[in-house]
Design a protein around this ligand. Structure first.
Ligand SMILES: *Cc1c(COP(=O)(O)O)cnc(C)c1O
Length: 381
């Protein structure tokens, strides 16, 4: 069994995919060809935002957003502690200081009360300037952006939506990748919409920031191709990946997003009362980048993981070490940067196989192993 069955997906999309790839190969337009514009328009249209700039990874997409805002040493950027390293890494890459915020124990997303408290503390200390809050749509569920926005507006911070896992999610009728002043996503193969390598995109309605990001992602280009007006990066998306993404987006819209939600709902039906299942709040829709359950403690989590492995069922732990405990950040003064919920989740979470092509037979087998493990591990009365 696969954790995320990309091979199965390829066999389903093969005919269209092979043609799309061969067309680019035959065109010889490998870098910044017409496929890039086509892909950017299709993704901007799907999301419902004015500008989409394709780039080389979800990490670069975050970095480009911070560059557009001129984030620099002395700035504080608030980021959840329970996330993938890249969300926080980009802050340090700009020379700014990450301030780690705890997450909600139910949604796994940024806790706005802790955000408010952490911003206040930075202001009280008077050393750093609060500049940006990065809210992550963890495991596919959009963060509570209405609440994030309220706090951000109070302190005049930019909101950056890290939708690397959130593409396809919604709040009401609004799509993920529209909630930030700038929003970003990743096309890493295992994300909700992935390409066949690294890729990412930046989304915004702001013309000025879009123009800056367009420039930054191609060596700080100016209007003259060989007059570079700022120091930028080489972060173009390959035309091949753009062609692949156009095929993937179509499948995602046509059936994959709905199918992965069916799989998730079925898990919840079969596992609620057995383990702690993920919760999607009213009005929210998840793209289910991960289906993450919680166990009572670390020992139970690892024992269940081993039991599943014995039955040839792959699982993953996202994430075993929160940001405020990462070695790379050990030089930061984190004495007043507590994130107890992130610590707790790091010990308790376990992500199960999930993708649109997971069969009911495989899913039943997974649930059966979990059920029998949990019934055996119940404390004896
Ligand atoms: C994957 C991921 C990224 C980075 O995306 P890459 O394309 O791998 O660079 C950033 N943030 C989150 C939350 C992610 O899951």
């Amino acid at each position: 069994m696969q954790f995320r069955d990309l091979k199965k997906q390829y066999t389903v999309l093969k005919e269209e995919m092979d043609q799309a790839i061969l067309d680019v190969v035959a065109s010889s337009a490998y870098v910044m060809g017409p496929k890039i514009k086509e892909m950017e328009l299709a993704f901007a249209d799907y999301v419902g935002v004015k500008h989409c700039i394709a780039c080389n990874s979800g990490t670069d997409a975050l970095l480009l957003a911070l560059k557009a805002w001129g984030v620099k040493p002395g700035d504080a950027v608030f980021v959840p502690s329970f996330t993938f390293f890249a969300s926080a890494e980009v802050i340090a890459m700009q020379g700014a200081t990450p301030v780690f915020v705890d997450v909600d124990p139910v949604t796994f997303n940024i806790d706005v009360n802790d955000l408010d408290a952490k911003i206040k503390r930075v202001i009280d200390r008077g050393v750093l300037t609060p500049k940006v809050v990065i809210a992550v749509d963890l495991f596919g569920l959009p963060a509570d952006f209405e609440a994030v926005r309220r706090v951000a507006d109070r302190y005049r911070l930019y909101v950056l939506e890290d939708a690397a896992q959130g593409f396809g999610g919604r709040i009401g009728s609004e799509n993920a990748c529209t909630f930030g002043d700038i929003s970003t996503t990743s096309f890493f193969p295992a994300k909700p919409v992935g390409c066949y390598g690294d890729g990412g995109a930046v989304f915004t309605n702001n013309d000025e920031w879009a123009a800056l990001i367009e420039s930054y992602h191609i060596h700080g280009k100016g209007s003259d191709r060989y007059d570079n007006v700022r120091i930028g990066m080489n972060s173009r998306l390959d035309s091949l990946q753009a062609a692949i993404l156009l095929v993937k987006l179509k499948a995602f819209k046509d059936f994959e997003l709905v199918d992965v939600n069916t799989v998730a709902n079925r898990y919840t039906e079969k596992l609620s009362g057995v383990v702690t299942t993920p919760v999607v709040p009213d009005g929210f829709y998840s793209s289910w980048a991960q289906y993450t359950i919680q166990l009572a403690d670390k020992e139970t989590r690892y024992a269940l993981q081993a039991a599943l492995k014995e039955n040839d069922i792959p699982t993953a732990i996202y994430y075993p070490i929160p940001m405020h405990r990462q070695t790379a950040f050990c030089d930061l003064d984190l004495s007043d940067n507590q994130c107890p919920v992130s610590d707790l989740l790091a010990d308790r979470v376990l992500s199960l196989p999930i993708h649109p092509y997971l069969t009911e037979t495989d899913q039943d087998r997974i649930c059966e192993v979990i059920r029998s493990f949990m019934s055996l591990s119940q404390p004896k009365k």
